[in-house]
Design a binder for this molecule. Structure first.
Ligand SMILES: [Ca+2]
Length: 549
């Protein structure tokens, strides 16, 4: 048993297997100035936490919004009995709006053991709004908060900046010693939060792990309108615009052109860089050979979707997309063609998951859209992409910062991250090559610009790992079980920069190709390197090597 000082009272921290004594953890005792602690509970190891913790739940920055709705920054802080001296700020995904359990775990990227299980104190938040749904549609990830500018700002960058120093103070008050190392970790919108932290809070974190970063979220939301406008007219419904058989035919054709480029026909396109030049989508057109193919009216829509949204004058509005085998995955279908709305009792032919955000959070002025699939689909179909640039970059009296200013890391169109670099901080990014939500090409272009602005030496503080076959944050025909958080810890704590990182084909992933059975290993490589087969047992990571493209 070790004793620590909490406020003015000495408290005993028991062994990790015993319940902790979490009584007396008031906001005052934890140094949570201006916050309200709504619960302080001892959680024994089990379903709710992998280790014994004091779980603190609270609220801060309470106010009434311009819409008359009550807003607050809700948070949860997990304080493990067996503390390793470290702190993790868990950045959540989607539209935020929900305090996810504070464990620091990502679906892919944080390894089999969560940061909490490794002994980190972890904080999580709802980023300043409660994610209330549209009044009558039951949509998850509500975007109604977008009418309130301060709620947009909280979601964009203020919530992390406000909560972070307070949460650290509470950790230090609880354990009676300073935080030794601080990390930020997240995927999707959470990956965006990590990139925002690197730009806006360059001295706050020793290490950041950023997965599938939606750092250009308003631009990426334009892709939803673009996709629906390209795909819906093909057959009149999204679900038939590209059928599952069409997806399989595309995946088969991409593999035919690219699978062997890495030296091994295993269903995984590890040389994703060479694939972009090697694959010709016109080979998808039906010929006389009886091979699986795409009807001629479908090909232009597919090519346009992959090309990315463009304004009326042809100017690109976001990014293009990589050809990869994960296009046949369920996650790709969910985002482009059939969303889980089907499972919530609506007609099963709509993919409008980004519509509410585009309408109400990422444009100035926002547009009121009823939360029904029909209304959201109609909104996307009628969205004027010609005027899109103005609306995501626009300001007004009620919205003094544009959606891009609120959401994107400052300077991300020409990144250098000098303050982050000079603070000695490290950053690892990863992104599924088959991500249908945020384009891996956007992240790759950002990293190339970062490298150029650092004289070709960005790898000294930032490394980027594309994940072949992986869809959004996890899943797809991919080796998607990997521990880049451990790689980041090594880099921060021992100065060992990450190189090739082992990734396993995950048990329970039913989208694995036959050549990549569960349990087999591959390598993730820092861009611009790609993994190539060297010979030997293809189930072993040692049979592959990272090579310069
Ligand atoms: Ca291969």
């Amino acid at each position: 048993m070790k004793s620590i000082i909490l406020g003015t009272a000495a408290m005993l921290v028991p062994l990790a297997t015993e319940a902790m004594d979490c009584s007396g953890l008031t906001a005052e005792a934890l140094g949570l100035t201006g916050a309200t602690v709504t619960a302080a509970e001892a959680i024994a190891p089990g379903e709710e936490s992998p280790v014994a913790i004091c779980r603190i739940r609270g609220r801060m920055a309470e106010r009434t919004g311009i819409d008359g709705h009550g807003y607050a920054l809700g948070f949860e802080l997990s304080l493990p009995a067996d503390w390793n001296g470290g702190y993790v700020h868990q950045f959540n995904g989607g539209n935020d709006g929900e305090v996810k359990p504070a464990t620091g775990a990502l679906k892919s990227g944080s390894g089999a053991e969560s940061p909490l299980a490794r002994g980190y104190a972890v904080v999580s938040s709802d980023a300043g709004h409660d994610g209330r749904a549209f009044p009558d549609a039951g949509l998850a990830g509500g975007a109604a908060f977008g009418f309130d500018f301060e709620a947009r700002q909280m979601y964009g960058y203020k919530a992390v900046a406000m909560l972070d120093p307070l949460a650290r103070r509470a950790v230090e008050a609880f354990y009676g010693r300073p935080v030794a190392r601080a990390y930020g970790i997240g995927c999707s919108n959470g990956g965006r939060h990590a990139m925002v932290a690197a730009a806006r809070m360059p001295g706050a974190f020793d290490g950041l792990l950023s997965g599938a970063p939606g750092f250009n979220l308003p631009k990426a939301a334009l892709q939803h309108a673009w996709d629906v406008q390209q795909l819906l007219p093909v057959t009149g419904t999204l679900a038939t615009a590209l059928t599952r058989e069409d997806q399989a035919a595309i995946g088969t054709a991409v593999r035919a052109a690219c699978d062997g480029l890495d030296g091994l026909e295993d269903g995984l396109i590890q040389d994703h860089a060479a694939c972009q030049a090697a694959f010709d989508p016109d080979t998808l057109l039906c010929g006389d050979d009886g091979a699986a193919c795409l009807a001629p009216e479908k090909l232009p829509a597919l090519k346009a979707v992959h090309d990315g949204p463009r304004a009326a004058d042809g100017a690109p509005l976001y990014a293009g997309w990589d050809w990869d085998a994960g296009i046949e995955g369920r996650n790709w279908r969910m985002w482009k063609l059939e969303s889980p709305i089907a499972a919530w009792g609506h007609r099963p032919i709509i993919a409008t998951m980004g519509a509410a955000s585009l309408a109400q959070v990422f444009t100035v002025p926002p547009t009121e859209v009823e939360g029904t699939p029909e209304a959201l689909e109609a909104f996307l179909m009628s969205y004027d992409l010609g005027a899109a640039a103005e609306r995501i970059y626009a300001t007004s009296g009620a919205f003094p910062e544009s959606p891009m200013e609120v959401m994107a890391p400052p300077g991300s169109d020409d990144p250098e991250l000098a303050a982050f670099r000079d603070a000695g901080a490290k950053m690892i990014l990863f992104h599924g090559v088959s991500d249908p939500v945020f384009s891996v090409q956007d992240t790759a272009a950002w990293y190339r610009a970062l490298d150029a602005n650092n004289g070709g030496g960005a790898e000294a503080f930032a490394r980027f790992y594309p994940v072949p076959g992986m869809t959004h944050c996890t899943g797809g025909p991919a080796a998607d079980a990997f521990d880049l958080f451990a790689a980041l810890e090594d880099w921060v704590e021992t100065g060992t920069a990450p190189g090739a990182v082992e990734a396993l084909a995950r048990d329970g992933n039913d989208e694995l190709p036959a050549g990549l059975p569960a349990g087999s290993a591959r390598l993730l490589c820092p861009a611009p390197q790609v993994a190539r087969y060297q010979g030997g047992d293809p189930a072993l990571a040692a049979s592959f090597a990272c090579e310069q493209e």
